[in-house]
Design a binder for this molecule. Structure first.
Ligand SMILES: NC(=[NH2+])NCCC[C@H](N)C(=O)O
Ligand SMILES: [Mn+2]
Ligand SMILES: [Mn+2]
Length: 297
C-alpha cells in the first residue's frame, strides 16, 4: 500500500500544551521506517501550518479557538482528499483530536458511506451547551454527526459528514453528563470499557467493524492514545484510569487490519511534554503498524 503521512500539529482544541509536538514525536519513534519495512511505500508530506495559541484570540469561551480550528480542518480536508484521489492511504498524525474534523471531512468527501471507529476514553460528543471545558476536541464527533455549532458542523460547506448509525465509540470511560444524554438521544453505538470487560475485545471489535462497515462500507479509524490505560500511554493530556491494555489495543488493531476495510486513520493526542521517554509515541507507532498489517507471525 502507498501511505501518505500528514502531520496536523494542532493544540488549539485542548487545554494541556504539548500535543502539537505529537507528529514529530511519532516520526522520531520510527514511523516511516517501520512502515517501509512492513512493505508499504511512504510519502510523508510533512506538517500543515497551524497558528500558535499565543497569537490567536481565544474567542467564545465555550468554543475556544473556533476560527483557527475550522480553518485547519478545511486545509486538512483538502490534503486528505487529495491523497485519496491519488490512491494513497491518508495517515494523519495529531495534534489534539480536533484535527479529526478535517481528516474525516476529507475522507467522507470521497467515500459517501464512510463509517468511523472512534477509539477513545472519551466520546468527544459534547456541543456548546454541554461542554464542561469549551475545548473543541471534546466536540468533534458530535460535529461530524451534524450536531452542535454550525461552523463546525458545516466545515467544507456540507453536513453531516458521517451517518450517526455508522459511528462506533470504543473504550469510553469518561463521559460528561450532557454528553451522555446526547449519546442516548442520538442512539450512538458506544462500547464502554465495561462492555469490553464483559464480552471481551474480540467480540466487541467484531461488532464494531460490522456496525461501522455495514453494507461492505469503508472504515476510518480515529485512534486517541488516551483510550489506552495511562500505564501504557502516560503521554496524553486527558488520562483516565482503567483503559485498554496493551494487548487489547493491539488485538483491536489487528482485527481491523484483517477486516481489510480501513481506508484512512488518525493517530491523536500524543502529548510529548507529559510523555516518558517518548513511550506513548512509540506505542502509537506500534499500534499503527498493527492496524496496517503487521502480524506476530
Ligand atoms: N479528545 C479528547 N482527549 N477529549 C477530551 C474531552 C474531555 C471532556 N469530555 C471535554 O469535553 O472537555
Ligand atoms: Mn478524543
Ligand atoms: Mn480522549
Amino acid at each position: 500500500m502507498r501511505i501518505r503521512v500528514i502531520g496536523a500539529p494542532i493544540d488549539l482544541g485542548a487545554d494541556r500544551r504539548g500535543v502539537d509536538i505529537g507528529p514529530r514525536a511519532i516520526r522520531y519513534a520510527g514511523l516511516n521506517d517501520q512502515l517501509h519495512r512492513l512493505g508499504h511505500t511512504v510519502n510523508d508530506v510533512g506538517n500543515l501550518d497551524v497558528p500558535l495559541p499565543e497569537n490567536q484570540p481565544t474567542g467564545n469561551p465555550r468554543l475556544k479557538y473556533l476560527e483557527p480550528i475550522t480553518k485547519l480542518a478545511e486545509d486538512l480536508a483538502h490534503t486528505v482528499s487529495d491523497a485519496l484521489a491519488e490512491q494513497e492511504f491518508p495517515l494523519i498524525l495529531g495534534g489534539d483530536h480536533s484535527m479529526a474534523l478535517g481528516s474525516i471531512s476529507g475522507v467522507a468527501s470521497k467515500h459517501k458511506n464512510l463509517g468511523v471507529i472512534w477509539v477513545d476514553a472519551h466520546a468527544d460528543f459534547n456541543i456548546e451547551s454541554t461542554t464542561p471545558s469549551g475545548n473543541i476536541h471534546g466536540m468533534i464527533l458530535a460535529a461530524l454527526a451534524g450536531l452542535g455549532e454550525e461552523q463546525l458542523v458545516n466545515v467544507c460547506g456540507w453536513a453531516p459528514k458521517i451517518d450517526k448509525n455508522k459511528i462506533v465509540i470504543l473504550g469510553a470511560r469518561d463521559l460528561d453528563e450532557g454528553e451522555q444524554r446526547l449519546l442516548r438521544e442520538q442512539h450512538i453505538h458506544v462500547f464502554t470499557m465495561s462492555d469490553i470487560d464483559r464480552r471481551g475485545i474480540a467480540t466487541v471489535m467484531q461488532q464494531a467493524i460490522e456496525i461501522a462497515g455495514a453494507d461492505n462500507g469503508p472504515i476510518h479509524l480515529s485512534l486517541d492514545l488516551d483510550s489506552l490505560d495511562p500505564k501504557e500511554a502516560p503521554g496524553v493530556g486527558t488520562p483516565v484510569r482503567g483503559g485498554l491494555s496493551y494487548r487489547e489495543a493491539h488485538f483491536a488493531m489487528e482485527m481491523l487490519a484483517e477486516s481489510a476495510r480501513l481506508v484512512s486513520m488518525d493517530v491523536v493526542e500524543v502529548n510529548s511534554i507529559l510523555d516518558r521517554e517518548n513511550a506513548t509515541a512509540q506505542l502509537a507507532v506500534e499500534l499503527t503498524l498493527s492496524a496496517l498489517g503487521k502480524k506476530i507471525l
